[in-house]
Design a protein around this ligand. Structure first.
Ligand SMILES: N[C@@H](CCC(=O)N[C@@H](CS)C(=O)NCC(=O)O)C(=O)O
Length: 64
Protein backbone atom coordinates (compact mmCIF):
# COMPACT_ATOMS: atom_id res chain seq x y z
CA UNK A 1 0.00 0.00 0.00
CA UNK A 2 2.90 2.36 0.67
CA UNK A 3 5.34 0.90 -1.83
CA UNK A 4 6.15 4.30 -3.32
CA UNK A 5 7.26 5.72 0.01
CA UNK A 6 10.85 5.59 1.23
CA UNK A 7 11.39 6.31 4.89
CA UNK A 8 14.81 7.71 5.74
CA UNK A 9 15.54 6.81 9.35
CA UNK A 10 18.28 6.63 11.94
CA UNK A 11 18.99 3.92 14.46
CA UNK A 12 17.94 4.74 18.03
CA UNK A 13 15.73 7.65 16.99
CA UNK A 14 12.38 7.87 18.83
CA UNK A 15 10.87 10.14 16.12
CA UNK A 16 11.68 7.42 13.58
CA UNK A 17 10.16 4.72 15.77
CA UNK A 18 7.03 6.87 16.12
CA UNK A 19 6.57 7.00 12.34
CA UNK A 20 7.35 3.30 11.88
CA UNK A 21 4.82 2.36 14.56
CA UNK A 22 2.18 4.65 13.04
CA UNK A 23 2.71 3.11 9.59
CA UNK A 24 2.35 -0.37 11.05
CA UNK A 25 -0.74 0.62 13.02
CA UNK A 26 -2.30 2.07 9.87
CA UNK A 27 -1.50 -1.16 8.05
CA UNK A 28 0.79 0.69 5.63
CA UNK A 29 3.50 -1.92 5.39
CA UNK A 30 5.49 -2.39 2.23
CA UNK A 31 7.22 0.97 2.29
CA UNK A 32 10.90 1.15 1.47
CA UNK A 33 13.33 2.24 4.12
CA UNK A 34 16.86 3.51 4.19
CA UNK A 35 18.92 3.47 7.36
CA UNK A 36 21.15 6.54 7.63
CA UNK A 37 24.25 6.68 9.81
CA UNK A 38 24.36 9.58 12.28
CA UNK A 39 28.04 8.80 12.78
CA UNK A 40 28.75 9.34 9.09
CA UNK A 41 26.49 12.44 9.09
CA UNK A 42 24.33 10.87 6.40
CA UNK A 43 21.32 12.75 7.79
CA UNK A 44 23.03 15.93 6.56
CA UNK A 45 23.55 14.59 3.04
CA UNK A 46 22.17 16.49 0.07
CA UNK A 47 19.57 13.74 -0.40
CA UNK A 48 18.09 14.55 3.00
CA UNK A 49 18.60 18.32 2.85
CA UNK A 50 16.69 18.38 -0.43
CA UNK A 51 13.56 17.16 1.37
CA UNK A 52 14.23 18.43 4.90
CA UNK A 53 16.29 21.58 5.27
CA UNK A 54 16.94 20.75 8.94
CA UNK A 55 18.68 17.53 7.97
CA UNK A 56 16.77 15.51 10.53
CA UNK A 57 15.14 12.11 10.50
CA UNK A 58 12.68 10.88 10.14
CA UNK A 59 12.28 12.14 6.55
CA UNK A 60 10.43 10.63 3.67
CA UNK A 61 10.75 10.45 -0.09
CA UNK A 62 7.36 10.33 -1.81
CA UNK A 63 5.42 10.75 1.43
CA UNK A 64 1.89 9.42 1.66
N1 LIG B 1 10.56 17.39 14.95
C1 LIG B 1 11.24 16.23 14.42
C2 LIG B 1 12.54 16.02 15.16
C3 LIG B 1 13.32 14.90 14.58
C4 LIG B 1 14.68 14.79 15.26
O1 LIG B 1 15.02 15.53 16.19
N2 LIG B 1 15.47 13.82 14.80
C5 LIG B 1 16.80 13.66 15.33
C6 LIG B 1 17.07 12.17 15.56
S1 LIG B 1 16.16 11.55 16.96
C7 LIG B 1 17.82 14.16 14.34
O2 LIG B 1 17.65 14.00 13.14
N3 LIG B 1 18.88 14.76 14.86
C8 LIG B 1 19.94 15.25 14.04
C9 LIG B 1 20.02 16.75 14.01
O3 LIG B 1 19.15 17.42 14.59
O4 LIG B 1 20.97 17.26 13.42
C10 LIG B 1 10.33 15.02 14.55
O5 LIG B 1 9.73 14.83 15.62
O6 LIG B 1 10.21 14.26 13.58
Amino acid sequence: MAENMTLLWGSGSPPCWRVMIALEEKNLQGYNNKLLSFEKMEHKSQEVLDINARGQVWSSLNPL
